[in-house]
Design a binder for this molecule. Structure first.
Ligand SMILES: [Zn+2]
Length: 86
């Protein structure tokens, strides 16, 4: 536990310790992963209209080809740390 030197949360990515991109809660890597996640969801909805955001996240998360950054973003979203509207 780091009792001292509390990091300035507002400048850090909500997932890792890298600095945030401006106007984002994420660093550039996690922001990119989040963008990919969102555009993937839009693609999915064209084919599977009833899929919900959280169901989509489950499917992506459980896909063995899903990359580390995207998984971390999904974990963050599940903990309530996401940006924007779904
Ligand atoms: Zn990050």
């Amino acid at each position: 536990m780091h009792k001292y030197k509390v990091p300035r949360q507002e400048e850090k990515c909500v997932i890792c310790d890298r600095l945030r991109e401006s106007e984002s809660l994420y660093c550039k890597y996690h922001r990119l992963a989040y963008e990919r996640l969102k555009s993937g969801y839009n693609e999915w909805r064209k084919r599977k209209k009833n899929i919900t955001w959280s169901k989509y996240l489950d499917v992506v998360y459980n896909n063995k080809y899903t990359g580390k950054w995207i998984k971390e973003v999904i974990e963050g979203i599940r903990r309530g740390k996401h940006e924007g509207k779904t």
